[in-house]
Design a protein around this ligand. Structure first.
Ligand code: URA
Length: 263
C-alpha cells in the first residue's frame, strides 16, 4: 500500500520521477537522468519524457527491467532532543547520539534533517526522504526555525533591532530575522528557564531561515549576549508542542502533507 493510500491522501497520477524518488530508486534529479537515458519503462514501454505520469496502483514501472514498487512510504518523525546528544547517527568515539533516541530498527535509513548543537534542545526532524531533507535545507527554501534562548544580560531595543536587521558574522552578514524579548512569565520561557528566569538574564525568541553553524549563539554574541541555553520549538510548519524531552512522535498526515508541499 502506498503512504498516500494509508493516510487517505492518495495523489494520482504522479510524475514518474517523483514515483522513482519516492520508491528510493534515486534522487528526483537522478531519476530524471534514468528516464532520459531510456532506462525506465512504464507498462513495458520506454518512458523518457519528463512529463510522464503514472498511477502507482495500476502502472508497472521498471528500471533496467526490474519492477519498482512504492514502499510503505517515507518515515517522518520529530524528536525533542535533550542536551548532551550529538546530532549524528553514529559517533566513532561512542558519545551519546540522537540515533539511540529514535526507532532506527523500524525505519532503516532514518536521518536527522539539519542539526542542533550538542547542548541545544528541542525539535529535530527525522525522515527517510532524502529529497525532502535536501529541499528543506537548501537556502532557497527559506524554512523558518524558531528558537528560544536564555541569554546573559538584558538585550536593549537597539540590540534586538540590530539582530532583526542582520549582524555581521565571520562568514558574512546574517539575513533579516524575527526577534523578540519574551516576558519571563511567558510559558515559552520554561524550555530554557524551567524554574524562573535567573536575575540578570533574559529570554529571547528568534526566528531565522538560514542554517549556519552555531548561528543563533553567534548572532546573540555579536550583540553582546552570551547564550546560556538554547531550544528550538518550531521548524518550518512543525511545532514541537508537548513532546517530552528525549521522546519522539510520528508526524501527523497533515504535517507530512505540509512538508511534502515544500517539494
Ligand atoms: N543555532 C545555534 O547556535 N545552535 C543550534 O543548535 C542551532 C542554531
Amino acid at each position: 500500500m502506498t503512504d498516500e493510500a494509508m493516510t487517505g491522501e492518495r495523489v494520482v497520477p504522479m510524475r514518474l520521477q517523483r514515483f522513482l524518488a519516492r520508491a528510493g530508486v534515486a534522487s528526483r534529479r537522478g531519476s530524471e537522468n534514468l528516464m532520459t537515458a531510456g532506462r525506465v519503462t512504464v507498462n513495458g514501454r520506454v518512458a523518457s519524457e519528463l512529463g510522464t505520469k503514472v498511477d502507482p496502483l495500476v502502472d508497472e514501472v521498471a528500471v533496467d527491467g526490474v519492477v519498482v514498487r512504492l514502499s510503505e512510504g517515507f518515515a517522518y518523525l520529530m524528536l525533542n532532543k535533550p542536551a548532551g546528544y550529538l546530532t549524528t547517527m553514529s559517533d566513532p568515539h561512542g558519545r551519546p547520539c540522537v540515533a539511540s533516541l529514535v526507532p532506527t530498527e523500524r525505519h532503516p535509513g532514518l536521518f536527522p534533517v539539519g542539526r542542533l548543537d550538542a547542548d541545544t534542545t528541542g525539535l529535530l526532524l527525522f525522515t527517510t526522504n532524502g529529497d525532502l531533507a535536501h529541499r528543506m535545507l537548501h537556502p532557497s527554501t527559506h524554512v523558518w526555525k524558531h528558537y528560544v534562548a536564555l541569554v546573559r544580560g538584558i538585550p536593549t531595543k537597539r540590540e534586538l533591532a540590530a539582530l532583526a536587521a542582520g549582524v555581521t558574522l565571520d562568514d558574512g552578514p546574517t539575513a533579516p530575522a524575527r526577534v523578540e524579548l519574551l516576558d519571563a512569565r511567558d510559558a515559552t520561557c520554561r524550555a530554557v528557564a524551567p524554574g524562573r528566569v535567573p536575575k540578570g538574564h533574559a529570554v529571547v525568541g528568534i526566528s531565522i531561515h538560514e542554517g549556519r553553524k552555531h548561528q543563533v549563539k553567534l548572532m546573540l554574541d555579536a550583540v553582546g549576549h552570551e547564550v546560556v541555553r538554547l531550544h528550538r520549538d518550531a521548524f518550518g510548519p512543525l511545532v514541537l508542542g508537548d513532546v517530552a524531552e528525549g521522546e519522539w512522535r510520528d508526524l501527523t498526515p497533515a504535517e507530512r502533507a505540509e512538508l511534502e508541499a515544500l517539494l
